[in-house]
Design a protein. Structure first.
Length: 98
């Protein structure tokens, strides 16, 4: 293997939007303007968005709204986290419902 296959993913250059916090199950999570709720959660290390019937943790799979694996509640509304924009002060609740 050469060096380009062992380094991991490349970081794209560019500035992130303004920083703010949203709440995930009562815990403050950093986010930036232009990010989806899913992006903010994944960047903060949240790796389970809901639980399947068999108890298996589920997380975003397609990142384009078709798989519904990232369903959460944002400010009381059920949404796909990959399509919902992160907004300052939003209250996100992960779900154990299936």
């Amino acid at each position: 293997m050469n060096d380009s296959t062992t380094r991991g993913p490349a970081r794209l250059p560019g500035a992130r939007g303004s920083a703010f916090a949203l709440s995930v199950d009562g815990r403050a999570v950093p986010a930036h303007d232009g990010e989806s709720v899913a992006t903010a959660l994944l960047a903060a290390g949240v790796d389970a968005f809901r639980t399947a019937r068999d108890g298996a943790p589920r997380a975003p799979f397609c990142h384009m709204g078709t798989c519904f694996e990232c369903v959460v509640r944002v400010d009381g509304r059920t949404v796909r986290a990959c399509l919902a924009p992160a907004t300052p002060g939003a209250e996100v609740r992960r779900s154990d419902e299936h």
